[in-house]
Design a binder for this molecule. Structure first.
Ligand code: AMP
Length: 492
C-alpha cells in the first residue's frame, strides 16, 4: 500500500513525500481511510507507530483552511504538545494550515494570538480548560483528537477533559488514541465518541522490531558501575537513561558528569524554558546522554537515539514499551538495555509475556572486552583518517630530534587514555547463574532475594567468560581525566 492510495489533498501528499515516508505504518493503513470516511475512531497505538500522521494527515486533508480553528488535538504533556505541533506543522505548511501550541507555564497573550491565526490547536488539558472557561478563546473545531488518552487519565485529567468537551461543538468528528485500553478509557470513549470504528494494532506490531532488547543482572550496589561500563562498551551516539525517581535523576546526573560524560537531566520540576533548551541541545547533539523520568520523557521524539538504558526496570509493561520506543524510530535500529537485580527477574519475565517479546540476557563486559572494542574502533579511525599537511609538518619537525619509532611511541601514548578502561573487572552476574536464578524465580522457590548472596561465589572464579582479566584493581588514582576521550575515541 502507498500513501497515494489514500487520495490525500495534493499539498498534504507533497508534505508526506518531502518527509520521506515511503509506506504507511500499520496504524496509518487502518486509521487513515476510516477518518477520511468521517468516522469517529478509537485507536490503540503507542508512540513511535506513526500515530500523529495517522490522525494528522486525514484531518488536514479535509480542512478548508478558512482561517478558523478547524482541528483540536489534546495531549497529556508539554513535550508531546511541541512534538505533535512540529509534526503537524510540517504536514500542513504547504496547505497554509498553521498550528498553535498551547500549554501551561508560559504567558497567555502570545498563545491566544497564535490560536487566532491557527487552523489546528495542540493543547494540554489544564491550559486549554483555563482558556475556554475564562472565555479568552472561543473555538469551534470540527476535528477533535485525544492523543495518549490513557496517559491523560493516569495524570488525573479526566475532569478537565470532560469539562473541555462541554465547550466543543456537538457536531464533530472525534478520534481517540491510546496505548492501552483500560476500562476508564472505554467509558470515556462511550461518552465522547459516536459509533466509533476501532483500530487495534496487535502486540507484535506495537513492539518495534527495530529495537534489540537486552538485560543484565547486577547487584543493587553495582548499578552505577554497570551503567558506566555498558556505556563505555556500547559507545552510544545518543542515549536516554531512564530512572524511576527525580532524586535518582539528580544523583545520576552528578555521577555521570563526574565520570566525564556529557549528560543532562530531564524531570518534571524543571522550568519550562530550561526543559526546552535541554531538549534542543539533546536533539542538536550538544548533549549525548539524557537522564530522565518516565513522565518527563513521554512522547519525546528524537529520531537518532541509538540506545535506551533502564537504570531500573519500570514497574509496569506499558512504561517499558513507552521507554524503549524512544529508540528505533523512523525506521532506524536501536538497542534497549535494562539493568535488573536478581529479585527483579520475575518482573522481566512478566514484561516479556505482557509485551509479547523476548529480551536477551547478557553479561556485563570485562575491562579487557571494552578495551578490545576501543582498540578496534581506534584502529578503524586511524585507517580512515586522512593524512594532512599539518600532520606531515609536525612529524618532520619532530624528526629533527627524534627517530621515527620514538615519535610513533610518543603519539601512541597520547591516545592511551582513549583505550584504557577503569573500574573493577567483573560486574554483575554470569550467564549460568542468571539461568539458575530465573529457573528458581519462575518456580517460586527461594525468591530473588536469596540469589543476591548466592550470586557472589558461583561465578567469580568460574568460567564466566573469555578474556576475563581477574584481579583488576580499581584504577581510581588516575582519575577520569581521560574520560573526555569518551566522546572522541571510537566514535565515527
Ligand atoms: P509517532 O508515532 O507519531 O510519534 O511517529 C514516530 C516517528 O515516525 C516520527 O518521527 C514520524 O515522523 C515517523 N513516521 C511516521 N509515519 C511514518 C512512515 N509512514 N514512514 C516513516 N516514518 C514515519
Amino acid at each position: 500500500m502507498k500513501f497515494t492510495d489514500f487520495n490525500l489533498k495534493p499539498e498534504i501528499q507533497a508534505a508526506v513525500d518531502e518527509a520521506g515516508f515511503k509506506e504507511p505504518s500499520p496504524v496509518q493503513k487502518d486509521a487513515i481511510p476510516l477518518v477520511l470516511e468521517g468516522h469517529d475512531l478509537i485507536a490503540q497505538a503507542q508512540t513511535g507507530t506513526g500515530k500523529t500522521a495517522a490522525f494528522g494527515l486525514p484531518i488536514m486533508s479535509m480542512m478548508k483552511g478558512d482561517g478558523s480553528v478547524e482541528g483540536l488535538v489534546i495531549v497529556p504533556t508539554r513535550e508531546l504538545a511541541m512534538q505533535v505541533s512540529d509534526e503537524l506543522f510540517r504536514f500542513g505548511k504547504s496547505a497554509g494550515l498553521k498550528t498553535a501550541t498551547v500549554y501551561g507555564g508560559t504567558a497567555y497573550g502570545k498563545q491566544i494570538e497564535r490560536i487566532k491565526q491557527a487552523s489546528i490547536v495542540v493543547a494540554t488539558p489544564g491550559r486549554l480548560q483555563d482558556l475556554l472557561q475564562s472565555g479568552k478563546i472561543k473555538i469551534n473545531p470540527h476535528f477533535i483528537v485525544l492523543d495518549e488518552a490513557d496517559e491523560m487519565l493516569d495524570m488525573g485529567f479526566l475532569d478537565e477533559i470532560k469539562n473541555i468537551f462541554t465547550f466543543l461543538p456537538k457536531e464533530r468528528q472525534t478520534l481517540m488514541f491510546s496505548a492501552t485500553m483500560p476500562n476508564a478509557i472505554r467509558k470515556l470513549a462511550e461518552q465522547i465518541l459516536k459509533n466509533p470504528k476501532t483500530v487495534s494494532i496487535t502486540k507484535s506490531e506495537t513492539t518495534n522490531t527495530n529495537i534489540t532488547q537486552f538485560y543484565y543482572v547486577v547487584q543493587e550496589r553495582e548499578r552505577d558501575d554497570a551503567l558506566v561500563r555498558l556505556i563505555d562498551y556500547k559507545n552510544p551516539q545518543k542515549c536516554i537513561i531512564f530512572c524511576r525517581m527525580k532524586k535518582e535523576v539528580d544523583r545520576l546526573v552528578a555521577h555521570m558528569t563526574a565520570q566525564g560524560f556529557k549528560v543532562s537531566g530531564l524531570h518534571g520540576d524543571m522550568e519550562q524554558k530550561q526543559r526546552e533548551v535541554t531538549i534542543r541541545a539533546f536533539k542538536q547533539g550538544g548533549i549525548d546522554i539524557f537522564i530522565a523520568t518516565d513522565v518527563a520523557a513521554r512522547g519525546l521524539d528524537v529520531n537518532d537515539v541509538t540506545h535506551v538504558f533502564n537504570y531500573h526496570i519500570p514497574f509496569d509493561s506499558e512504561s517499558y514499551v513507552h521507554r524503549i520506543g524512544r529508540t528505533g524510530r523512523g525506521g532506524k535500529s536501536g538497542e534497549a538495555i535494562t539493568l535488573v537485580s536478581p529479585n527483579e527477574l520475575r518482573t522481566i519475565k512478566r514484561i516479556e509475556k505482557d509485551v509479547g517479546t523476548k529480551m536477551t540476557t547478557q553479561v556485563i563486559p570485562t575491562r579487557m572486552e571494552v578495551q578490545n572494542n576501543r582498540n578496534d574502533a581506534l584502529i578503524t579511525k586511524i585507517a580512515e583518517t586522512q593524512i594532512t599537511d599539518k600532520a606531515i609538518e609536525l612529524v618532520k619537525t619532530l624528526q629533527h630530534d627524534l627517530d621515527i619509532v620514538t615519535i610513533a611511541h610518543l603519539l601512541a601514548s597520547m591516545v592511551q587514555n582513549e583505550i584504557s578502561v577503569k573500574g573493577k573487572d567483573n560486574i554483575g552476574l554470569g550467564l549460568e547463574e542468571i539461568e539458575l536464578l530465573i529457573e528458581r524465580a519462575m518456580q517460586n522457590r527461594g525468591g530473588g532475594g536469596g540469589g543476591r548472596n548466592r550470586g557472589r561465589g558461583n561465578y567469580r572464579g568460574g568460567n564466566r567468560r573469555r578474556n576475563s582479566n581477574s584481579g583488576g584493581e580499581r584504577n581510581g588514582r588516575h582519575g577520569r581525566n581521560g574520560r573526555n576521550s569518551r566522546n572522541g575515541g571510537g566514535r565515527s
